[in-house]
Design a protein around this ligand. Sequence first.
Ligand SMILES: N[C@@H](CCC(=O)N[C@@H](CS)C(=O)NCC(=O)O)C(=O)O
Length: 200
Amino acid sequence: MRLYSMPSSGNSYKIRLALALTGREAEVIDCENGSEALTRAKAEGVLPYGKVPALVLDDGRKLGESDAILWYLGEETSLIPSDPVERAQMLGWMFWEQYNHEPVIAVRQALLCYPERASDATPEHLADLLKRGHAVLQVMEERLVGHDWLIDEASLADLCLYAYTHSAGTRGGFEMDRFPAINAWLRRVEAIPGYVRLDQ
Ligand SMILES: N[C@@H](CCC(=O)N[C@@H](CS)C(=O)NCC(=O)O)C(=O)O
């Protein structure tokens, strides 16, 4: 398999983490923001939605959208529960991540970390994202008080939400001290055998 991946991006990190945790290998093509490799990948038509991550399978079929790729990698592993209700709960968190969490938690990190996004990083926009981000994190906090994982067992939902939550404080300026249950959960994800950091 070939993975087109942006080294600094949480969406791509999810896939590198899932590969590591499921013991699968892929050739990784680094496509950093603004790089020639990213331009080339777009021109070659290997990114189904023109975005990374994208996974090209050995038979040439292509997968895009990080959470769909997670689903593919999670098939027949304990990261996808066998119980239909738990599976639906897991998907609920993953859809929530794309619609509610990533557009706030990841976007504030991008505005602060990517120089080409700096023009969008107005004080008003940053303050709005901060307020909305704390509300989003509170939803996770409330689930994680008294629970080890987002559903009953460690699942794709935890990998998916770990990717941008783990750097919400350091890169996004969110006040993570407010969320002790999230912090404990981050440490639990990091203790899963095979775990790799974003920069590994
Ligand atoms: N919803 C998509 C988002 C993909 C996305 O926006 N990727 C960004 C990096 S995080 C990208 O490809 N940026 C480069 C570009 O748009 O040229 C997913 O989860 O995979």
